[in-house]
Design a binder for this molecule. Structure first.
Ligand SMILES: CC(C)(COP(=O)(O)OP(=O)(O)OC[C@H]1O[C@@H](n2cnc3c(N)ncnc32)[C@H](O)[C@@H]1OP(=O)(O)O)[C@@H](O)C(=O)NCCC(=O)NCCS
Length: 198
């Protein structure tokens, strides 16, 4: 997830894909589960490629919510992947307004080594932000483990319209997880103050 330098607020209603027919919204995340809008079994059925126990046996603990998360360490991971360091108080406020937080603690150092979060309205829509894995721990499945669980939790709440912004070089990471670009021509748009016509 990008939008570097900011932990952005959810998109304003005008930018959400609310008017899109449900059959298209469901395709924003084409997970293997059915499309029932409210069933918690949707999330229960979501397949995980690696279990929590398997991750734990490798020294990684799955954490939900911001409790116990050292924001300075998280900021260090942001910086390590090239995101600018952010104001800690703003990170704290952003996390308070976040629907779902998933992170991985490295048991030996007790540091966060993978992180993702989703903002949303609690029932219909969610947007995933700040997907990062510490460079020393990339390529061993932690990013996938975090996104899978974030999806599982959101789908389990009945939230079926799940979107994210992807840098071009990371599209190949998100596609196998069920994300598609431009489903039936649907385009995301972001507000640009600079380009707004006077
Ligand atoms: C992108 C990122 C989150 C991926 O996390 P990761 O832990 O390294 O990825 P994983 O090891 O879980 O990889 C899962 C799968 O995605 C693939 N993958 C990982 N990064 C990829 C990329 N950039 N492009 C294509 N495929 C990728 C892996 O090969 C793996 O494939 P497999 O399941 O067939 O074995 C991580 O590299 C990162 O933090 N990058 C810097 C920050 C960033 O760009 N964040 C996203 C902003 S939009």
């Amino acid at each position: 997830m990008l939008l570097r330098g900011t932990i952005s607020a959810p998109l304003p209603p005008s930018l959400r894909l609310r008017q899109v027919p449900a059959r298209l919204l469901r395709r924003n995340v084409s997970v293997a589960t059915s499309s029932s809008s409210s069933s918690s079994s949707c999330g229960d059925d979501y397949p995980l490629s690696v279990s929590d126990a398997a991750l734990e046996s490798r020294g990684f603990l799955l954490r939900r919510g911001a409790e116990g998360l050292d924001l300075e360490e998280l900021n260090a991971v942001f910086a390590a992947v090239g995101f600018p360091r952010r104001n800690l108080e703003k990170i704290r406020v952003a996390l308070e307004h976040t629907e779902a937080v998933l992170w991985v603690e490295h048991r030996r150092t007790q540091r966060p080594v993978a992180f993702a979060r989703a903002t949303g309205d609690g029932v219909f829509n969610a947007i995933i932000w700040d997907v990062v894995v510490d460079p020393s721990f990339q390529g061993i499945g932690l990013g996938k483990a975090v996104i899978e669980r974030l999806l599982k939790d959101l789908l389990g709440k009945g939230i079926s319209n799940i979107a994210l912004y992807s840098e071009p070089r990371v599209l190949g990471f998100y596609r196998p997880l069920g994300f598609v670009a431009d489903p039936d021509g649907i385009r995301g748009m972001v507000y640009s103050k600079r380009l707004k016509k006077k």
